[in-house]
Write a protein that binds this ligand. Structure first.
Ligand code: MD3
Ligand code: FE
Length: 204
């Protein structure tokens, strides 16, 4: 089941279904080493979403800036590695969407509790915008806002559910996007949470 809401955007519904149990176990192990935390924005706000990362570099935010760091600022250690089995899934998803040879160097792990949201933004802290982004969703469903190239562009809504994989690339790589406040609920495998993995290549 494949949907193409815009050029360069491909939604692969349920594509990660078979990998869910293993991936959630991996996420548990990663976040034992680099725990979920609320980052501070340069504007001084605390993000509602809790985040961790794995990979050779990880996305961080503090009073100084949004940027990538090879170290987890909470632990001072390197981020945990991306589990080897994750590469095949995201490579296949990107390939199906028309992007060859996607090899991420970082995976941001976002955990949404009820009411948590991610306001409209662009992902532009990476070096090469020709490289796509692959996102994998688990647990509670969420409404994803797919905007345009400016903040005021018209926004489409897509419901992301457990096991869905979304690929963004080409002309859509810099689209504004966000997540509506997650509604309270219970999911059999993630309990009260939505978890999203965002795979990127930060370094060209
Ligand atoms: C569209 N995360 O971490 S993933 C983020 O569900 C982020 O946690 C959301 O946006 C989440 O930056 C959405 C889907 C996604 C990721 C990157 C994109 C959509 C995108 C980049 C460009 C356009
Ligand atoms: Fe984003």
């Amino acid at each position: 089941r494949q949907e193409k809401p815009e050029e360069g955007v491909v939604l692969l519904r349920q594509f990660a279904r078979a990998n869910v149990a293993d991936m959630l176990q991996d996420i548990h192990q990663i976040t034992e080493k680099s725990p979920f935390r609320h980052m501070l924005t340069p504007g001084g706000y605390t993000m509602s979403v809790s985040t961790s990362s794995c990979g050779t570099i990880g996305w961080i935010s503090d009073r100084k800036s949004y940027r990538y760091s090879p170290y987890d600022p909470e632990t001072g250690d390197h981020w945990p590695v991306i589990p080897p089995s994750w590469y095949l899934l995201v490579h296949q998803a990107a390939h199906l969407a028309g992007f060859w040879d996607f090899v991420p160097d970082t995976c941001l792990i976002n955990r949404y509790a009820p009411g948590n949201q991610l306001s409209l933004h662009q992902d532009k802290d990476e070096e090469d915008f020709n490289v796509p982004i692959v996102s994998v969703s688990f647990g509670l469903a969420a409404t994803f806002f797919l905007g345009g190239m400016t903040r005021s562009s018209k926004v489409q809504r897509l419901l992301l559910t457990h096991g869905d994989v979304l690929v963004f690339g080409g002309p859509s790589r810099l689209r504004y996007h966000g997540i509506a406040p997650v509604r309270t609920g219970h999911h059999p495998v993630t309990g009260p949470y939505r978890i999203n993995l965002t795979f990127r290549r930060a370094l060209g």
